[in-house]
Design a protein around this ligand. Structure first.
Ligand code: TYM
Length: 334
């Protein structure tokens, strides 16, 4: 127990807002699995973030439990880590509000993810989407996290989290640990298979542009064979060949094979065999996970047990930080 308390803390989360992609898996989940021995980890299903855009209630329910199953199937051990659902810990919403009152409209308006989404949804965006990064800051700061393992697209949200924490610490007194992003060297930005200048995203309109964690093997093979590449015809890790570079990254992260070795293996061979091998690597990585997800998802009692135990621990830690913050702000203790 003592040893556990001296471990550094990790917090991360994924939205249950759509089907998870290979980008989510390689940029976040696979990386989390490697960290669970060394750190005290909190892995959250961020349903409060998911409702910043409209969600069908029954789909949200299904996806929340599916995401928990995916966490476990990917190798996150529920006995060693705290797995929980964000809305089960009211301190996230409460601290979110308190931090909102310590955050400027201007800094939120500069967030690129907000700018992208507001462009896509026009006038129909919620105030929640604007305030999204503040809730994310609350998630992280409640647990006094040292590290936050995420993909590159979340880097700006980590920067604002640090700014908010520093501002609060300076205005009152040291309260929050200042967290660092933990971004993997490879796989932190898996690109769209049809347009490798964009990141792979579950919200793309074209299903051929992403691989889903739950895509059946034959779908994965078809999507990889249709990946947009180039007419150069040489397997090379180069910015001039973004499609090939992306497939090489995927192969590297899954198999551990270096880029030099991949280049050598496919010398003089064109793209067909290479694409085929990338597809097989993805299939052999995802197929066992899919089988486990399908078993877990039907065991509602097991899942309930995990998210309830997780929420209990998370509530305890989160409330400690929240009470401190409330006191410093000047609220009367209950
Ligand atoms: P979300 O749900 O969009 O994505 C979950 C994680 O997947 C990573 N990711 C990618 N990595 C590599 N390549 C890609 N194409 C790719 N697409 C997504 C994301 O960087 C992320 O790590 N705001 C967060 C959820 C969140 C959170 C938090 C994360 C809420 N509170 C606190 C960390 C800590 C998000 O929308 O992730």
């Amino acid at each position: 127990m003592e040893q556990q308390e001296s471990k550094q803390v990790i917090f991360s989360g994924i939205q249950p807002s759509g089907n998870l992609t290979l980008g989510n898996y390689l940029g976040a989940l696979k990386n989390w699995v490697k960290l669970q021995d060394e750190y005290d980890c909190y892995f959250c299903i961020v349903d409060l973030h998911a409702i910043t855009v409209k969600q069908e209630p029954k789909n949200l329910r299904r996806r929340t439990l599916e995401l928990l199953s995916i966490y476990i199937a990917a190798g996150i051990d529920p006995d060693r880590n705290t797995l929980f659902i964000q809305s089960h810990v009211p301190a996230h919403s409460e601290l979110g509000w308190l931090l909102n009152c310590n955050t400027y409209m201007g800094e939120l308006g500069r967030m690129t993810q907000y700018k992208d989404k507001s462009q896509r949804y026009g006038n129909h965006i919620s105030a929640g989407l604007f305030n999204y990064p503040v809730l994310m800051a609350a998630d992280i700061l409640l647990y006094q996290a040292d590290l936050v393992p995420v993909g590159v697209d979340q880097k700006q949200h980590l920067e604002i989290t640090r700014d908010i924490a520093e501002r609060f610490n300076n205005a009152y007194s040291p309260t929050f640990k200042i967290p660092d992003p933990y971004i993997p060297e490879a796989g932190a930005k898996i690109m769209d298979l049809q347009d490798p200048s964009k990141k792979m995203s579950k919200s793309s309109d074209n299903p051929n542009s992403y691989i889903l964690i739950m895509d059946p093997p034959e779908v994965i093979r078809k999507k990889i064979s249709r990946t947009v590449t180039d007419s150069i015809g040489i397997v090379k890790y180069s910015d001039d060949q973004p499609g090939i570079k992306n497939l090489m990254t995927i192969l590297n992260v899954i198999t551990g094979k270096s880029f030099e070795k991949i280049e050598k293996d496919y010398e003089g061979q064109g793209y067909a065999q290479f694409k085929n091998d990338v597809a097989e690597a993805i299939v052999s990585e995802l197929e066992p996970i899919q089988k486990k997800v399908n078993d877990l998802i039907s065991d509602k009692t097991y899942l309930e047990n995990i998210y309830k135990t997780g929420a209990e621990k998370a509530n305890y830690i989160a409330n400690k930080t929240l009470r401190k913050v409330q006191k410093k702000i000047g609220f009367i203790p209950r």
